[in-house]
Design a protein around this ligand. Sequence first.
Ligand code: AMP
Length: 446
Amino acid sequence: MTHSSALEAANTFEELNLAPELLSAVAEMGYVTPTPIQREAIPLVLAGRDLLAQAQTGTGKTAAFTLPLLHKMCPHANTSTSPARHPVRALVLAPTRELAIQVYDNVAAYAKNLPLRSTVVFGGVNMKEQEAILRAGVEVLVATPGRLLDHAGNKTTLLNQVQFLVLDEADRMLDMGFLPDLKRILDLLPAKRQTLLFSATFNDEITRLANSFLRDPLKVEVARKNTATELVEQVAHKVAEDDKIDALLRVVKLRELSQALVFTRTKIAADKLCRRLQKRGVEAAAIHGDKAQVDRLLALEGFKQGKIKLLVATDIAARGIDIVELPCVFNYELPYSPEDYVHRIGRTGRAGASGLAVSLVSPEEDKLLAGVERFINRKLEITPLPSPPAPVPVAVPAPVPVPPLARPEADKVDAVPVARGRRAKEPVCALFLPPVRTGPDGGAPE
Ligand code: AMP
């Protein structure tokens, strides 16, 4: 089932034979060359094959399915105002609102030069606005499963002309218990369709899903199985639970990080950390499933605009967060599921940029760390927390010359100004961070 021969095929988007309207949109996005998943998947989707694709977020997977689907829909592009001329032809299912919005933003950007309509529907917001858009007709519908079923139940949208189905982040959809919803949605779609399943990780459950939903699929893989992305520098510091917030701020300061995404395991921990950061004057926001949709979007927007410096997130809420050049991800708490570690660090170092993932590991988390290491098949190097730069000696004025008679030896000494007495100024970070606590071996704090 594995397919790899297409990999060498195309080095440019032109060579992928995409419609000129798509090529110009891609050029406007600033893309020069297709990413590996795009090189491999686009020709197969254009050829009409079902696909089982293993690709993490950050690999360019959204364009890998969106571009060929838009290309295939080109013959149907039209400017008619009749809803009947704009049936849903491509349905993209995503596990979270954030990912759905992210995918939709991509679809809208790639389709900007084509008279093809698209929209996104997700729960937690009023249905009325979504209904109006759906009734007017859209060719590409991006949706979270629950809200799609609501609309389908109300007959606001018909899915009987869907030709293309994409399951994005299928592993996460299963984790979130969407299987029954997916089955109900599948029952509403024509049996004759092209189905593309994207998943960051593969396991037996995904294989079962693929076997029941896909038709003779080709498998494409761009990352080695369950391997953490190699572009990301991965660092771990041993820190007592109570010292984590200081460690976080210290690393941010000393590495001069403009922004970072900070992961906690639970919503409560995310809120607590966010409050503590805000109390310390840090521009922080929290994003998790209990937050109102509007607050999540505001936090995300603030982060994208650089107003929020530290965005604290739980694993599920972080799905779909795509910040170009996100410099760093913190594992403030290691995840219970090692797969989430891979998802988390995939948020930095996106599409060719290098990134940094810092894990703050308390002694209670040693077992979780071991699980992560087994999963990514490598040891994470435990390094001491970075120390503040050595104090720079403060230049003091040269000593006032002493009359030769009073100190006869003075004229034999070279006239080098000597720093003395006064202590050099502490670096700024040390003013609000407690000193590094030294472990029993004189190393990093335990
Ligand atoms: P994705 O994996 O789809 O979430 O994409 C991750 C990021 O890569 C997004 O910000 C895309 O805009 C960007 N991207 C996708 N394809 C390319 C490409 N061929 N060249 C440069 N950036 C890309």
